[in-house]
Design a protein around this ligand. Structure first.
Ligand code: FES
Length: 162
């Protein structure tokens, strides 16, 4: 057994040691890294507020998958690239999915927005296929917006990811 995990973060390898095996990725991000953009909503994998992206090399390129950080154990990040909402903008330059959310007014109370942005980030980088409204809905199926403003969010997905 190993008592350390390593993963990519901001273009460098992070090693984490000495953590409790039941530590969730969400607790690691919020309590250790103090990255508070990743939200805790339901804490049981239903609402998507805690969505982050994990990148792994498959088929010769990095494929990003949205995951619920509240039910993912920190140890499961070993070997992956970990991307959170704080990582997307470069200075004042928003990531295209963030810019589309702004342009389409896709954020209301804002609590679900980081998770939605991360699902869109994964969708954006998946690429390679035309995106219709149904596919955008499917990609966002794990993200609940309690303000129920889904139409502008789906519009943002179509703008940024088609
Ligand atoms: Fe609701 Fe993680 S906090 S899915």
């Amino acid at each position: 057994t190993r008592d350390a995990i390593r993963f990519w973060r901001h273009g460098r390898v992070v090693e984490v040691t000495g953590f409790h095996p039941r530590t969730t990725l969400l607790d690691y991000l919020r309590l250790n890294e103090r990255k508070l953009g990743t939200k805790e909503g339901c804490a049981e994998g239903d609402c998507g507020a805690c969505t982050v992206a994990l990148g792994r090399v498959r088929g010769g390129r990095v494929r990003y998958e949205p995951v619920n950080a509240c039910i993912l154990l920190l140890g499961q990040v070993d070997g992956a690239e970990l991307v959170t909402v704080e990582d997307l903008a470069v200075g004042d330059d928003l990531h295209p999915v963030q810019a589309a959310m702004v342009a389409r007014h896709g954020s209301q109370c804002g609590f679900c927005t980081p998770g939605i942005v991360m699902s869109l980030f994964a969708l954006y980088h998946e690429g390679g296929r035309p995106l219709d409204r149904q596919a955008a809905n499917d990609a966002l199926a794990g993200n609940l917006c309690r303000c129920t403003g889904y139409r502008p969010i789906v519009d943002a997905a179509l703008d940024a990811c088609s």
